[in-house]
Design a binder for this molecule. Sequence first.
Ligand code: GRF
Length: 206
Amino acid sequence: MSEARAFRRIGVLVSGRGSNLQALIDSIGRSELQATIAVVISNVPGVAALDRAAAAGIETLVMPHRAWPSREAYDEALAAALRAKGCELVCLAGFMRRLSARFLDVFAGPVLNVHPSLLPAFPGLDGPGQALAHGVKVAGCTVHLVTPELDAGPIVAQAAVPVLPADTHDTLAARILVEEHRLFPWAVGRVLDGGWRIDGRRFLDA
Ligand code: GRF
């Protein structure tokens, strides 16, 4: 256990494109984020994120959720797999599946999610689309600790971008994504460094 901690081993859960996974890989490659990605696990076979992990020499696992009889059983197996790899923190990098309290109980370490809106505005699917439809003038992204409630855990970091009059869904989503790629590795490092506490909903320096 102490050896695993020394290497700041993290696990990354993915379901798709994997650009945030790539941002983590690249940040580690530049020695900005001091961590080792012990495993990348996808609930969807054949996704680009798995190719990105393999190209970086990172171990991958495919765990299709339908192969387990219930959400609880799946979440327990997922948490056990991450623990078996010595992960002390889990990143949700486009993992398109809600995690139950059972996952958080069994994993028992920090779980971080990156979300493409300034929470608590626009939780759930398609943050950029919701922001455009609502007509807000500022959008952005949030990295938060995962709790059983969707997109509602303590906020570790946020970054804002303007919404421009000519924006389409794609231009706004791309502007937000640039900030996600910067913010997520920074927030992972912040949480791994320790020296923080939770006070109510607030993530604060200890
Ligand atoms: C990102 O927009 C992230 O905020 C959201 O899902 C998307 C994942 O993109 N949770 P990628 O797979 O990291 O490219």
